[in-house]
Write a protein that binds this ligand. Structure first.
Ligand code: EPU
Length: 336
């Protein structure tokens, strides 16, 4: 079924008032084949999950398909480890909650990340010291001609907020299912990330369970990040830039206060800090704004247009480049 001239306001988390020419839903893998037969790929097109990582700069003069493939299935239970297969249209946080209920560990640090399961491997979602690549076994999907294909973890070429699905396979592979390997009963916990560690201490928890970690993560996220249902946003708008060890040494001489995280050959510089130092924290530009508690997040403050947010993005990029000589690469997918 193809809907025409649809308002996308409730289909993406910036909640901009933009329209697309055509819109369809994919509820099972075969629907994708159907779309291919109808010429989906021959027109300007885009597949959306929860729409939590896109910025529409204006109306989308093409065809959007929204992925709603559902399913949560335990493929194998080896006692201490389980293999679970999720439909790519499942809401990510609902999957996290389902795992917490069953005491399946590995994704508790990724609680409350907006978006769908299928979008998670594309940008290798990560938070509080964990990335989906740490637990992902394989990805099932379809190639451009609608043939089924499976990609193992190593084949996904995961990097920081990066994967083959953003590079060689961009718009060429439709993810239908994601298969994770999770711990059961005995968990390998990861709570060394500073703010998570502090929050657990504040709660007096010395030996956390996966549920304790998820609750602490949810609390931190809710206190720092704006709820997209109230204030439109797409999470971190930029990636944290990475400097080589020698670039970092030079940078630190010039800016000794930088709260960076050197690890091995490189160091990640918090983009939030760079933006704050440029005086952009809490700033407003037309309908757009920089979130006052976490300046890495750009928000739809007051009926913003996509171009307001894009202009604000460019203003920040310019300022950061001028002051620090660093280019801030957007993490959000900018749709022009
Ligand atoms: N900081 C400031 N000013 C602020 C806030 C933060 O200077 O107002 C500095 C502080 O030094 C702080 C550092 O930035 O220690 C890091 O801040 P935070 O822990 O909030 O994490 P982040 O690096 O800004 C990343 C991810 C988030 C993820 C958090 C937690 C990226 C692009 N973003 O943010 O992911 O939730 O770590 O792990 O890597 C997302 O991708 O949408 C997202 C929200």
């Amino acid at each position: 079924m193809v809907f025409e001239n649809v308002n996308l306001r409730d289909k993406h988390t910036f909640h901009l008032n933009v329209f697309c020419k055509k819109l369809s839903y994919i509820r099972k893998a075969e629907d994708y084949n159907e779309l291919l037969k109808m010429g989906f790929k021959k027109e300007k097109h885009l597949i959306l999950g929860g729409g939590s990582n896109v910025l529409f700069t204006g109306d989308f003069d093409g065809w959007i398909a929204i992925n709603q493939i559902k399913g949560k299935e335990i493929l194998h239970d080896a006692g201490h480890e389980v293999t679970v297969r999720f439909g790519s249209g499942e809401v990510w946080h609902e999957v996290v909650e389902w795992c917490l209920e069953k005491d399946f560990g590995g994704i508790e640090n990724l609680a409350l990340i907006p978006g769908t399961v299928g979008a998670a491997p594309i940008q290798n979602i990560g938070a509080y010291g964990v990335e989906i690549k740490d637990v992902l076994w394989k990805v099932e999907g379809m190639d451009e001609t609608g043939n089924e294909k499976t990609l193992m973890n190593e084949e996904c070429q995961f990097g920081y907020r990066d994967s083959i699905f953003k590079n060689d396979l961009k718009n060429k592979f439709f993810i239908t299912h994601v298969i994770l390997r999770l711990s059961k009963g005995k968990h390998k916990l990861n709570y060394s990330y500073a703010s998570l560690n502090e929050e657990l201490k504040r709660r007096g928890i010395e030996h956390p369970t996966i549920q304790d970690i998820a609750r602490a993560v949810i609390y931190i996220r809710q206190s720092k990040l704006p709820d997209p249902e109230k204030t439109g946003n797409a999470g971190s708008f930029f990636k944290n830039p990475t400097l080589s060890a020698s670039e970092y040494e030079k940078f630190k001489l010039k800016f000794p206060d930088v709260p960076a995280y050197p690890s091995g050959e490189s160091a990640k510089i918090p983009a939030a800090w760079l933006i704050e130092q440029c005086g952009y924290k809490g700033k407003t530009w037309k309908g757009a704004g920089v979130h006052e508690k976490q300046p890495l997040v750009l928000v739809n403050k007051n009926n913003a247009r996509g171009t307001d947010i894009l202009e604000l993005c460019e203003l920040i990029q310019e300022k950061v480049k001028e002051k620090f000589g660093i280019f801030l690469e957007p993490e959000v997918n900018i749709i022009r």
